[in-house]
Design a protein around this ligand. Structure first.
Ligand code: NAD
Length: 253
């Protein structure tokens, strides 16, 4: 079924007790953080910006790194507040129905809303930390942004001189194996997989939907645009996330 949130909700949805949620950039657009591929997305408006998230360009080109640091200084995550979609997922946890919250987002807004850090798996890392590409040391983002503010346009690692980058997963960079393993277990071990605000085009994250379905879970997709996994879903909701999600998870059988 595709369209609005059904009223009444299907019984299998209100009866689900081990829900694994997979979120993407669309969950945070109402918090003022643009997605990448939506109609007003960062890459839709400026295809060159994709280079900033691609490891080989970042490593090879100091100009790309300088631009990336300026973008990080201005990143909307520093001032963004969680919205009703983040709050609905906190509510789902309080109901005792949240198995895990797998997020492709790097903005930290699920934790800021009150989701338990031990239930949140950040598949693509976090923008709140910096990692050295040579020695791996991690430091708070703020400390490096202070160096950028003070005039260092491409700050190097203070321990080893290596290239610094936000602790996010760029294209060409492997996901943390432990995080991915835990996410795959949570996808395999749920009775409902809820994919929200993601174009489901980035792998391996998108493949978690298939893992859940193959293990017998129901699948709900909440996204304004079609995704490659809509055909696998028991329910596809096209309504805005901020109004759809509270209605989808707010009722328990
Ligand atoms: P995406 O940009 O590929 O897809 C987002 C989807 O959300 C789009 O299909 C769009 O139509 C939909 N959407 C946006 N706002 C919506 C709304 N209010 N209601 C309904 N649907 C809405 O995002 P993705 O699948 O998460 O993949 C992009 C990658 O970009 C991820 O790896 C993520 O790490 C990164 N990213 C993160 C943030 C963030 O942390 N907030 C922001 C931009 C990109």
């Amino acid at each position: 079924m595709t369209g609005a949130v059904p009223d009444p909700l299907p019984g299998w949805l209100t009866a689900a007790r081990r829900i694994t949620v997979l979120t993407g950039a669309g969950v945070s657009t109402d918090s003022g953080i643009p997605d990448f591929r939506g109609p007003r997305g960062v890459w839709t408006r400026d295809p060159e910006a994709e280079k900033l998230s691609t490891l080989r360009y970042y490593v090879a080109d100091p100009g790309v790194r300088r631009r990336a640091w300026q973008e990080r200084r201005r990143h909307p995550a520093w001032t963004a507040a969680p919205n009703t979609a983040h709050a609905a997922l906190v509510d789902l946890e309080r109901q005792g129905r949240l198995r895990a919250l797998l997020t492709q987002n790097i903005d930290g807004l699920h934790q800021a809303a009150g989701s338990s850090p031990e239930l949140v798996l950040e598949l693509h890392g976090t923008v709140h930390e910096v990692a050295c590409l040579s020695c791996g040391v991690r430091t708070p983002m703020r400390a490096t942004l202070d160096r950028v503010d003070a005039g260092e346009d491409d700050p190097a690692c203070r321990d080893c001189g290596g290239i610094l980058k936000s602790a996010t997963i760029s294209f060409g960079q492997a996901l943390d194996a432990d995080v991915l393993d835990a996410a795959a277990r949570a996808a395999a071990d749920c009775d409902l997989l809820l994919a929200v605000g993601t174009s489901l085009t980035v792998h391996p994250a998108a493949g978690l939907v298939e893992v859940a379905a193959a293990n017998g879970a129901r699948v709900v997709v909440v996204n304004a645009e079609p995704t490659p996994y809509d055909g696998l879903a028991d329910l596809v909701v096209r309504e805005p996330i901020a109004t759809a999600l509270p209605r989808l998870v707010g009722r328990v059988a």
